[in-house]
Ligand binder design. Structure first.
Ligand code: NAI
Length: 305
């Protein structure tokens, strides 16, 4: 297979001053993309700011012979989103790729979680993904080409103790991707979501050091780069990636049952049918909400017909 490259493409990676974002940015830079390295330069809980983190990654990309500019705006405002897209267009004349990666943590059990801890995490992850993607889409539409990556987490897909805010934000991001996929498709914009696992300061020390060392961010970046390439035609996917393992996760619906078309079913009828309702054998994915409706209607008209 010929080398997958990004010559002539411009990529914005948010939160690219360290961890996964830095690794994504370096790979894009190494393969010919011009890169906007965005990072607020704060702490893992979202406090503080600075220019050093983004600047350092720009220096690394330039040292490899690549081209990059730094941007220090926060993803969590309308202006921040606008300014980082403008930075890309100003420096490099276009925008082709956006990786929504910036993130923070404010872990606490839900009973103890303050409204501020809840809101702040949603603002950065979910609102931030909206502000940046919304600002990027017109530039991509102009090119008739675009690749958008969202970053979710197993905590959002499956739940994790102490991360109600983060889980909610991360699954909200999947909902955002589902609709960006539909709205972007006719303009050549593909949207996919990555659920990574990698050694980073956010990940901290949740596993022993030897295991952490194996979870190199570069494993995740290889998948991100593929999804952002011209070679990729898949859109609307959720891909898990970490430590050399790659897979696709999906929202599916069981075949289910149709009960009580002409009369509301009793609670007991629901109870009797519950095993079948919950049985995921032959479960199916749906490409949109509209595509899901005929399944419901088929039951409805099937009985009348
Ligand atoms: P990290 O802390 O190294 O990277 C996050 C970066 O985002 C930091 O450099 C930070 O300065 C930046 N940032 C934070 N708030 C920002 C804002 N408002 N505007 C711009 N930049 C901001 O952590 P890591 O692990 O590399 O995280 C990257 C993404 O991957 C996050 O979205 C995280 O939730 C997600 N993730 C990571 C996992 C892992 O195993 N490392 C697991 C699942 C998801």
């Amino acid at each position: 297979m010929s080398e997958i490259r990004f010559d002539g493409r411009v990529a914005l990676v948010t939160g690219a001053g360290g961890g996964l974002g830095r690794s994504h940015a370096l790979l894009f830079g190494a393969r010919g993309a011009k890169v906007v390295v965005n990072d607020l330069g704060g702490n893992t809980d979202g406090t503080g700011s600075g220019t050093t983190m983004a600047d350092r990654v720009v220096t690394e990309i330039k040292a490899m012979g690549g081209d990059a500019v730094a941007n220090y705006d926060s993803v969590d405002t309308w202006e921040g989103g606008e300014k980082m897209i403008a930075a890309a267009v100003e420096a490099f004349g276009r925008l082709d790729i956006v990786v929504n990666n910036a993130g923070i943590l404010r872990d606490k059990s839900i009973a103890k979680m303050t409204p501020e801890e809840w809101t702040r995490v949603l603002e950065v992850h979910l609102n931030g993904s909206y502000y940046v993607t919304r600002a990027a889409l017109p530039a991509m539409r102009q090119n008739g080409y675009g690749r958008v990556i969202f970053t979710t987490s197993a905590a959002g897909l499956y739940g994790n103790f102490g991360q109600a805010n983060y889980s909610a934000a991360k699954l909200g991001i999947v909902g955002l991707m589902n609709t960006v996929k539909l709205e972007g498709q006719k303009f050549g914009v593909l949207a996919n979501t990555i659920a990574p696992i990698a050694k980073s300061r956010l990940m901290g020390t949740v596993m022993d050091e030897a295991t952490m060392e194996k979870l190199k961010p570069e494993f995740v970046s290889a998948m991100v780069a593929y999804l952002c390439s011209e070679e990729n035609t898949f859109t609307g996917g959720i891909f898990t990636a970490g430590g050399g393992h790659y897979a696709r996760a999906a929202m599916v619906e069981s075949p289910g049952v149709t009960l009580g078309i002409d009369a509301i079913p009793s609670v007991e009828q629901i109870a009797a049918s519950f095993p079948k309702i919950a049985d995921l054998t032959d479960a199916q994915e749906y490409p949109s909400a509209g595509a899901n409706v005929p399944k419901l209607m088929a039951g409805l008209f099937g009985s009348k017909g």
